[in-house]
Every structure is written in C-alpha cells, then in structure tokens.
Design a protein around this ligand. Structure first.
Ligand SMILES: CC(C)(COP(=O)(O)OP(=O)(O)OC[C@H]1O[C@@H](n2cnc3c(N)ncnc32)[C@H](O)[C@@H]1OP(=O)(O)O)[C@@H](O)C(=O)NCCC(=O)NCCS
Length: 463
C-alpha cells in the first residue's frame, strides 16, 4: 500500500500550484528532471560558508544533485564537460571566483579555419538580408525547431521576427551559421549569435546571445550540435568576444537560474480545443470563458503605443528599472529603437504618458511568437504573445499588465505568456496566469555567477 501521507502532501502541492482554473500542458519545455522543491534536503544544501543558500541557489543545487546522480548511472555531458561553463560538481563551491572562467586567448591563436563537418556537409554564412535565405531558414525552423514534450506544438518564428531577432545594432553576418548538404544544397542545421552588452552586478560585459540552434530531425543524435556550438564560439572569439548567454529547455551544466513559464488564456475555448490547456475541475466552458473575459478597452489614462520620439524617455525608464537586477542588458537608445520600437507582428510596446505632465511613467512590451498546432483538423496556428520588458513607476504593474492583456486580446492573440523573471511574480496569479509545465534554464558561457540567481533577480529576456 502506498503511503497516504505522501499522497496527501502531493495533493496539496498540486492544488497550490494551480491558482487559475485551467491546467496548462502544452508548453515548450523539457522532459528532464525538474528541480526539487526549495525546502528539500536543506542541510545537504547549505553553502560551505555555513550560510543558507538563496532560493535560486538551492533550486540549482537540487538540480545539480539530480544530474550528479544520473551521471553515476552513466549519463554524462561529454561535450559540455569540456567547455568553460559552470560544472555540476562545482555547485556550492564558494572558493571559485565570479567572472570569466578562462581568460581571453590572443586573437592570433584563435583557430582561423572552420571546424570539420562530416564530408557530406558544408558551412554557409546565412545572409538574413535576402528573401531567399530567410525563406530557407524559416522552412528549416518551422519544420524542425522546438516542440513541446507531447509534440503537439512547434515554435513558428515568422520571417520578420527572425530578421528582427538576428539584425540588432552591430550584428555580425558571420554569426548566422548554416549547414548545407553539399550535393542538394539543402539547409539542414542552423545556429546564430548576436552581440549584446550584459551587466552582471557592476560589470558590463560584451557578449554573444546564442539562439536558434536547430538540427534537421533526420540528422539528430549524430553529435552535430557540439560542432555547431564550437563553430559559433570560434566566430564569436574572432570578434574578440569571450562570453555568451543562452537559454534551453534542457538541463545542461549549469543553469544560472531556472525560470517557469506562466500562461494567461485569452481565447480559452481554442486553447482547450487544441489541447494547450484543459478545463479545470468543476468548470464548464462557459464559466471558463467568463473567467478569462477582459474589458474591451484599456483602463489606464494616457496608455498608448510607443512612438519614435519616445526612445530617449523609454531608454531612461528602462535603464533605471533594469539597474535593480543582478543580470540585465545594458540598453542604449539604439538598442531600444531596435528591440522595443513597435514592429507589426513582431514586437509591441505601450507606455503611459501622464495626461497632465506628459511625462512617460510606465512601459510594457511583448513579442509575437506563434506556434504551429500539429495534427489538429480545425486549427493550424496558436497566436502567442510573450511578455518582454515592463517598467512601472506610477501605474501599478498589475494594472499595466492588465492593459497589456487587453491589447493582446484586441489583437487576437490566443494566449499571453510570461516568465517568472523580474517582478512578474507580483501579477501572475492575480491576473489569472497559470503555471505551465515548461521550464526555461538560463546559461552563461565562460562566466561564473555565484550563487545561482532567483528568477526575480534576472532582468534579461532572450527570444
Ligand atoms: C537541440 C538540437 C540541435 C540538438 O541536436 P541533437 O542531434 O539532438 O544532439 P547532438 O547529438 O548533435 O549533440 C548532443 C549534445 O548537444 C547538447 N545539446 C542538446 N541540446 C542543446 C541545447 N539546446 N543547447 C546546448 N546544447 C545542447 C547535448 O547536451 C549534448 O552534449 P553533452 O553530451 O555534453 O550533453 C536538436 O535536438 C534540435 O534541433 N532540437 C529542436 C530545436 C531545439 O530544441 N533547439 C534548442 C533550443 S534551446
């Protein structure tokens, strides 16, 4: 017989984890062991200096322990163990300093030729300014990029989105890397980097943000990904940049923090019909629709779309706001123009201009990332908005985000997603977001942060 006490505790936990009346299952996540609850094994988890670990620290420690256990049954990270990244065995070792793990090598010592690919394949640099190249990349990703655990949804980044995500100020064409079959010229793998300035405490570091790693489904498990990663790293080094940031749904050595996706239904009927969410217990469809209903118009006086002339004010607002987080981008006006000036179907930004003083006091934004719905007869696309950067100084964040939900609903999004980063936790439950099963791990290459962060200490959103 099972242990009744355990089941009871489990029930309580499940209940606690579901504040909204909807259960979300279709989130892009991973099937890896999820981190244990923060309270678990506290003694084992104490830092060597005797101080109790922070919440983020103990989550990562629990994760590291699980991974160490799996290593003892034969699962190792043959590639990542060789790279300058935080290793699981070092979690909790307070003697290791923060900052670069390895010093830069002289540029003359950086390998000049690309890494070897298996004979049938060749490297290409993808020119994302051309329509043909964008189409090829779009096709590869649309058919082969990230899926949820049940293979019901696949990210469907639009071409416009890819051009936006890959061409920020100062971008390097050489960091947009493809692999083709030599004979057919078919594009079968892709990886990208873009330059970014990221602040860690008081240290602003030039880095690469690595994204869109994708290997065609037919070429999986052949160790092509490590070659792609080494090649992008080599090209980043050639620009005298030695650090990188990236996110993944899978657990690798070693997350700086692990975030959770939360989902706010805007079109609950469609979400339920396509299996993205389920009706909560004791709920009917009509009660669910009523629960998620939003006002037709935004509520905050002075709430309007961001315009070109707002760039200086938004930059000031954002820089000031992001300064409170341990890790955050160091945005200047050019970055704000690129990343936050609204672009149709790519990024939306709104702000509050005080009706009296005309001061810009608050700001919110989201980006558009649809997913293909796989194998559903009635629907092909799930239109999702993803919370990006939000700043509140006068309008409460809750009210600001409620207006963001209202505009997203007006624009016909099906769901509004947000990570528990920055101050997002303060509005998620009250605005009827429900936790998803997707975890997102944040990683740094060649930079150690100690101890691990809580999601609320992170001020960085990667696309
Ligand atoms: C991610 C992907 C490129 C990996 O390719 P693969 O063929 O499955 O794996 P390979 O045999 O080439 O390489 C395995 C190595 O890559 C690492 N790896 C797998 N996914 C990774 C990721 N998202 N980021 C970094 N490294 C990753 C593995 O951990 C392993 O290294 P290890 O032995 O040190 O643990 C491929 O599965 C894919 O295209 N998936 C769909 C898109 C996707 O999930 N992209 C990543 C978005 S974060």
């Amino acid at each position: 017989m099972g242990n009744p006490t355990c089941s009871w505790i489990n029930c309580l936990l499940i209940f606690k984890a579901l504040p909204a009346e909807t259960v979300y299952s279709g989130t892009m996540g991973d099937t890896n062991p999820s981190p244990g609850s923060p309270g678990e094994n506290q003694n084992q988890n104490q830092n060597p200096d005797g101080n109790p670990p922070s919440e983020g620290d103990s989550t990562i420690a629990a994760l590291a322990r699980k991974v160490q256990e799996s290593i003892s049954v034969g699962k190792r990270h043959k590639f990542w163990e060789t790279q300058p990244v935080g290793q699981f065995k070092d979690v909790g070792d307070t003697s290791l300093p923060e900052g670069p793990i390895e010093p830069p090598t002289p540029l003359s010592e950086v390998k000049q030729e690309p890494y070897n690919l298996p004979g049938l394949y060749e490297w290409i640099t993808c020119d994302m300014n051309t329509e043909e190249m964008c189409n090829e990349v779009y096709t590869l990703l649309t058919n082969n990029y990230v899926e949820d655990d049940e293979n019901m949804f696949r990210f469907n980044y639009s071409k416009e989105f890819l051009q936006w995500a890959l061409r920020p100020p100062g971008y390097y064409k050489s960091w947009h890397i493809g692999v083709r079959v030599k004979t057919s010229k078919k594009l079968v793998a892709f990886i990208t980097g873009i330059p970014a300035k990221i602040r860690f405490r008081d240290d602003v570091v030039r880095m690469a943000e690595i994204n869109f790693l994708c290997v065609h489904k037919k070429l999986r498990s052949k160790r092509l990904a490590p070659v792609m990663i080494k090649e992008v790293t080599r090209r980043v080094h050639l620009e005298n940049i030695w650090q990188a940031a990236y996110t993944a749904g899978v657990v690798l050595p070693t997350p700086i923090t692990t975030c959770q996706y939360w989902h706010r239904s805007l079109n609950p009927k469609k979400l339920i019909d396509v299996g993205f969410s389920r009706l909560g217990a004791r709920m009917t469809m009509s009660r669910t629709i009523k629960l998620y209903k939003l006002p037709d118009a935004t509520l905050t006086p002075g709430f309007r779309k961001m315009e070109l002339h707002d760039i200086p004010a938004v930059t000031r607002l954002l820089r000031n706001y992001l300064s409170q987080f341990i890790v955050a981008p160091d945005f200047d006006e050019d970055d704000v123009q690129h990343w936050l000036l609204p672009t149709e179907n790519v990024v939306d930004s709104y702000l509050v201009e005080s009706p009296n003083s005309h001061e810009i006091t608050d700001f919110c934004s989201f980006y558009t990332l649809p997913s293909s719905i796989l194998g559903n007869q009635n629907y092909t696309t799930l239109k999702a908005a993803y919370s990006y950067y939000n700043v509140s100084t006068k309008t409460p964040l809750l009210q600001l985000m409620n207006d963001a939900l209202i505009v997203a609903k007006q624009k016909d999004y099906d769901v509004f997603n947000a990570l528990d980063v920055m101050q997002n936790e303060s509005f998620l439950k009250e605005l009827k977001f429900g936790p998803g099963d997707g975890k997102l791990h944040y990683y740094l290459y060649n930079y150690r942060i100690r101890p691990a962060l809580k999601p609320s200490e992170l001020g960085l959103v990667l696309l």
